[in-house]
Design a protein around this ligand. Structure first.
Ligand SMILES: C[S@@+](CC[C@H](N)C(=O)[O-])C[C@H]1O[C@@H](n2cnc3c(N)ncnc32)[C@H](O)[C@@H]1O
Length: 262
């Protein structure tokens, strides 16, 4: 089948960080009219409820005690659905192109002659700190910010994140999936020259019920996370911007719960 023969289009849609009010207008419209939905873990039920009753739904995320659906299977589901439906929504937490494998899925679909369009979403790395009143840049405290994963692919032979270099290259760091490796990350950042007292914030379940925020100096953060049992999904913000927190501007988290994948 060529692109022009295929009836369907797949929209790679960002669901935002959890609060349904942070969905974009375009995401909201597409969810309300799609024929098929493929979604993963970090999407609250209230967002899934926006799709029509008749919509064919496929869950491809991770659930407690289960592995996530392998990426090739998800790719295959998307290609198959696009042959049967006019409008397929592939819904991803936050923004689809930020640590969401959206780029891989887009390339796969194009390779198989499927029309595809990305719909950017509000990423957790900006929204979760904002819901704690923390700006990720600040004229005084942070002229640069780096979005970085704390959990590179296990099978990646040479890790590409050089934490020591990042310590001096970027005023602020926003770390996704960083809790498990936080002790090592903190050590590497200090070895790279970050002050032990550099402020760090961890925001768990940002923008939804259950949101909580912890702050501690870099040298103590890993131990505090362990003692206070912070868990995924969490965003870690490292840098002086954490001291620029304005709690009075922080929105109330939405009264919805996020399914926790593990
Ligand atoms: C696979 S990444 C997906 C990121 C997503 N594409 C985005 O733009 O936000 C999943 C990680 O995002 C972060 N995350 C997603 N939603 C979050 C939330 N509501 N609060 C805190 N962290 C969140 C966590 O670090 C989580 O482990």
């Amino acid at each position: 089948m060529t692109t022009s023969d295929r009836p369907g289009i797949v929209y790679l849609v960002g669901a935002g960080p959890g609060d349904p009010e942070l969905l974009t207008v375009k995401a909201h419209r597409l969810l309300g009219s799609c024929d098929a939905l493929v979604y993963d873990s970090l999407v609250p039920r209230e967002v899934l409820d926006l799709v029509p009753e008749s919509c064919e739904r496929h869950f491809v995320g991770k659930r407690r005690g289960h592995h996530s659906v392998p990426q090739p299977s998800t790719n295959a589901v998307l290609v198959e659905l696009s042959a049967r439906h006019a409008c397929v929504v592939r819904l991803k937490g936050g923004d689809p192109f930020l640590f969401g494998r959206g780029g891989e899925e887009a390339a796969h679909l194009v390779k198989h002659g499927v029309r595809v369009e990305v719909v950017p979403g509000v990423t957790a790395g900006i929204a979760a700190p904002a819901y704690a009143g923390i700006p990720v840049t600040h004229r005084r405290a942070g002229s640069s910010v780096t979005f970085v994963t704390g959990h590179e692919e296990i099978d990646k032979r040479r890790p590409s994140v050089n934490w020591r270099s990042l310590a001096s290259a970027s005023d602020g760091l926003v770390i996704y999936m960083g809790l498990h490796n936080l002790p090592r990350i903190a050590d590497e950042l200090m070895a790279g020259g970050l002050r032990p007292e550099t402020p760090v914030a961890v925001i768990q379940q940002g923008t939804v019920a259950g949101q909580r925020c912890l702050q501690a100096p870099l040298t103590e953060i890993a131990e505090r996370v362990r003692v206070e049992q912070f868990a995924s999904p969490s965003i870690v913000v490292v840098g002086d911007v954490v001291n620029e927190q304005v709690t009075a501007c922080a929105p109330q988290p939405a009264a919805v719960t996020m399914p926790i994948p593990f």
